[in-house]
Each structure stands twice: as structure tokens, then as C-alpha cells.
Design a protein around this ligand. Structure first.
Ligand code: NDP
Ligand code: HSE
Length: 429
């Protein structure tokens, strides 16, 4: 049985788990692949760190770029992370040396994916990234292969395990954002820079990769304006429940006549939507295709085992001889699609205002919404104490983003409004 020789650059949460899966599931993988997978070399920063795997059987490289040109290696796993620096150097060097590359690095691909995919094609090797999107869920394979016959109407998804874990735990325990984030970091879900998780950047990286697969276009992360979950308060989570919603960090991608729509922001999702039930570190993705209808994918979106499962699935594809363009179409044919203007997008909204409790306040707020043609769908105001601020919760009918943001700017400036308004979009996910 021939063997595929592998070098692993990066031995953290994902890298160490990848080496472990290859070792521990060797017999089942060999039976399915008809080849053996053999890790021959590794690289990380600190040689003496205990990684829970025996390192003495592998060649050790201080410099990961040197591992990338090791003549014995057929395939390099880049599991270091980061959109440039050493990760970029390792991937570029390995591809240029004619080696296949498997990576879990969505930041790198969101920024450099088209160029690297072009280099892989020139060199006749694979650049695969199943683990980069939604951890253990095979959504890349689903879009590139299983759903390849469809025109994709819409992709909606929870694509960051850390922020979903935080929102779920805040709702279940009433604990604050900071303490739940620390717990997610301890569990190995969070990125090296956790602001990527909670500010929607990591999920936006993933969404733009899914959009490239679905719409055959260049990754357009540069054109996205992700919003994260730092501003979500327990009070909003509680109101969402009362109104029949759950708050999720939601991504959505569509191709419209006005251009590509790529959104990443917290959203109120109806409790009846499949995605509302996706909790904890789980990710969930709904794909609507013109032939398949709606297909729902759910699974662990982060963590050692699920991510290593996806890394090794790509390695197995390559060992089997499967060669597909990174984004499903040749890199030279990836379209540079324009983005649809955000201010024209239509949706409905949840607003929470802390206001002075006195006659006419409601009329002032309603007048601003009226002037922007934003129609109120429901309104909650409870309590009566002229000495205390009162919470006003409004949901709206459909309005454009432009109208809503103009209304918000005016409302924020009203003397009776005591703190910055909270706005959360309502999505029929
Ligand atoms: P970690 O921070 O746990 O591991 C990073 C590894 O890279 C460490 O072993 C580190 O070495 C090594 N490293 C850092 N700099 C260098 C360098 N200059 N040369 C060689 N090695 C270096 O990250 P994760 O395992 O969590 O993430 C790896 C990749 O997987 C990232 O792209 C991430 O986005 C992606 N990913 C992670 C998921 C997760 O759940 N954690 C899920 C899906 C994707 P040392 O250990 O010595 O410090
Ligand atoms: N930090 C990421 C998450 C890891 O929480 O989803 C998976 O990409």
C-alpha cells in the first residue's frame, strides 16, 4: 500500500489533534483510502511543550518554511493561522514546491485565497480548506460537490462556535459576556485573537469563502462590514425570548441583480427556524438551492476533534487522487462580483431605547420613524416611574437599512433618549 507523506506546520489545538487522528484511526483510513497516511515532519515554536502526542517519531523543524520544502513530504498541513506572515509563507512555499496543501486557515484564504488557488492550479496540486469553515461540518464539500448542480439562492449560517457558545451560555445562565468568553478560550474554541470571534470577523472570513464556492466569485472579505456580539446585553436576550426570537450571530449570502449581498451581524431569528435551535459551540448552515430546496447542516464548528476530522477528510480526498479547483471553478474564472448597496437592503428591526418616562416621548420617537417611512410592528413599554429611565422596545415592519440608520441617528440625538439605542435586525433564517 503506498503512503502519502505529510508535514504538519502548527501543533496547537488543531495540529496536535490532526496528528492524533491520523495515528489513531490509521487502519480505518487506510481501508477507505487504499493508502496509508504518514506524518513524517512537524513544526511549531516550542519544541518542549507537551502536546499530548509523542513527537519523537517526527522530524522537527524550527522553521516551518523549511518543512514546506522537505523533499520527502507530499502534502503540507498549514495549521498555524493568520492571514499573512508565516502561514502565508508556508502555504506559498509548499505550493511552489509542488506539494498539496490542506489548511484550516479561513483568514488566509479570505485575504489571499484567489492567488493561492491560482498557484495551486499552476502547480497541478490541491489547496483544500474544509476545516476552515464550520469546523467538522462538511459544508465546503457540500457546496463544491454535493450541491454543484444547483443555483444557490441563499446561504444562512451560524459560523462561529465561540460567539454562539457565548450567546447560548449568556441566555442559559445570565452570566456576563467577559466571563463566558474566557471559558470559550479555555475550551480551545476561540481564535488566537478572540476579537475575531466576537466582532464577527472570523465568521465573515468563513462566509466569504462559502459565497465564493456558491457564486464562483473572488472572496470579497474586503467589502464586508461585519458586526459582532459585544453589544448584546442580557436584557436584549430576554426581550428576544418574549418576542419569540433567539439572538444569533448570523451570516447570509445572496446573489441579487444589484450584486452580491454578504451580511454578518447579530440577528433575531424566529424560534421556529432550524437555526434558532443551533446552540453552544455548534454551527448551523442553511443552503437553499433551486433544485434541492432547503438543506440544513449542523455540527461542531470548532474544537480539536471536529476540526481535525475536516483536515483529515481533505487529506483523504487528496490521497484518493481527487483534484478539484479550490473554489469549485478554476481560479482564473472567479468573477469579481460587485456588492449590492447596503442602504437599499430591506429588513425588519428590533430597537431598544432607554428613555425618560414622561408624556410625549413615545410620540417623539414615533415621529422620527414616521419621517423615515419606518412602520412600527409592535411596541413594549413597562413600568411607570417618572424618576427612572424606562425601556422602550419597538419592532418594525420592513424598511431599508438606509432609512433605519437615518432614523437611529436622529433618535440617538433626542434629549429624551438616555443612552445609545440598540438595534438588532430580525431575520427569517
Ligand atoms: P493554536 O494557537 O492552538 O496553534 C497554533 C500553532 O501554530 C501552535 O502550535 C504554534 O506553536 C504554531 N506556530 C505559531 N507560530 C509559528 C511559527 N512561526 N512557526 C511554526 N509554528 C508556529 O491555533 P489553532 O490550532 O486553534 O488554530 C490553527 C488554525 O486552525 C487557525 O488557522 C485557526 O483559525 C484554524 N481553526 C481553528 C479551530 C479551532 O477550533 N481551534 C477551528 C477551525 C479552524 P506553539 O504551540 O509552539 O506555540
Ligand atoms: N474560533 C472559531 C470559532 C474556530 O469559534 O468558530 C473555528 O473556526
Amino acid at each position: 500500500m503506498s503512503s502519502l507523506k505529510i508535514g504538519i506546520a502548527g501543533l496547537g489545538t488543531v495540529g496536535a489533534a490532526t496528528a492524533a487522528v491520523i495515528e489513531e484511526n490509521a487502519s480505518v483510513i487506510a481501508r477507505r483510502t487504499g493508502r496509508t497516511l504518514e506524518v513524517v515532519a512537524v513544526s511549531a515554536r516550542e519544541r518542549r511543550k507537551d502536546r499530548g502526542i509523542p513527537l519523537d517519531r517526527y522530524r522537527w523543524y524550527e522553521n516551518a518554511a523549511e518543512l514546506a520544502v522537505d523533499p520527502e513530504i507530499d502534502l503540507v498541513c498549514e495549521l498555524i493561522g493568520g492571514s499573512d506572515g508565516v502561514a502565508l509563507e508556508v502555504v506559498r512555499t509548499a505550493l511552489a514546491a509542488g506539494k498539496h496543501v490542506v489548511t484550516a486557515n479561513k483568514a488566509l484564504l479570505a485575504h489571499q485565497g484567489a492567488t493561492l488557488a491560482g498557484l495551486a492550479e499552476q502547480q497541478g496540486v490541491s489547496l483544500a480548506f474544509e476545516a476552515a469553515v464550520a469546523g467538522g461540518i462538511p459544508i465546503v464539500k457540500a457546496l463544491r460537490e454535493g450541491l454543484a448542480a444547483n443555483r444557490i439562492r441563499r446561504i444562512t449560517g451560524i459560523l462561529n462556535g465561540t460567539s454562539n457558545y457565548i450567546l447560548t451560555t449568556m441566555r442559559e445562565t445570565g452570566r456576563d459576556f467577559a466571563s463566558v468568553l474566557a471559558e470559550a478560550q479555555e475550551k480551545g474554541y476561540a481564535e488566537a485573537d478572540p476579537s475575531f470571534d466576537v466582532d464577527g470577523v472570523d465568521a465573515a472570513h468563513k462566509l466569504c469563502l462559502l459565497a465564493s464556492l456558491a457564486y464562483g466569485c473572488l472572496p470579497r472579505f474586503d467589502a464586508m462590514r461585519p458586526e459582532g456580539i459585544r453589544g448584546i446585553k442580557p436584557v436584549d436576550i430576554a426581550f428576544a425570548g418574549q418576542l419569540g426570537f433567539r439572538i444569533k450571530l448570523l451570516g447570509s449570502a445572496r446573489l441579487t441583480e444589484a450584486g452580491l449581498v454578504l451580511r454578518m451581524h447579530p440577528a433575531m431569528v424566529p424560534l421556529s427556524a432550524p437555526i434558532a435551535a443551533v446552540e453552544g459551540v455548534f454551527n448551523g448552515i442553511t443552503v437553499e438551492g433551486d433544485r434541492v430546496g432547503v438543506a440544513v447542516f449542523e455540527g461542531r464548528g470548532a474544537g480539536a476533534g471536529p476540526t481535525a476530522s475536516a483536515v483529515v477528510a481533505d487529506i483523504i480526498d487528496i490521497a484518493r487522487g481527487l483534484r478539484l479547483p479550490t473554489f469549485g471553478v478554476p481560479a482564473s474564472e472567479l468573477a469579481d462580483r460587485p456588492m449590492a448597496p447596503v442602504e437599499d437592503l430591506i429588513g425588519s428591526y428590533y430597537l431598544r431605547l432607554e428613555v425618560v418616562d414622561r408624556p410625549g416621548v413615545l410620540a417623539d420617537v414615533a415621529a422620527v420613524l414616521r419621517d423615515q417611512h419606518v412602520s412600527i410592528e409592535s411596541l413594549i413599554q413597562r413600568g411607570r416611574d417618572p424618576e427612572q429611565p424606562v425601556t422602550l422596545v419597538i419592532t418594525t415592519h420592513d424598511a431599508t437599512e438606509g432609512a433605519m440608520s437615518r432614523a437611529l441617528a436622529t433618535i440617538a440625538g433626542l434629549p429624551v433618549v438616555l443612552e445609545a439605542p440598540t438595534m438588532i435586525r430580525i431575520e427569517q433564517a
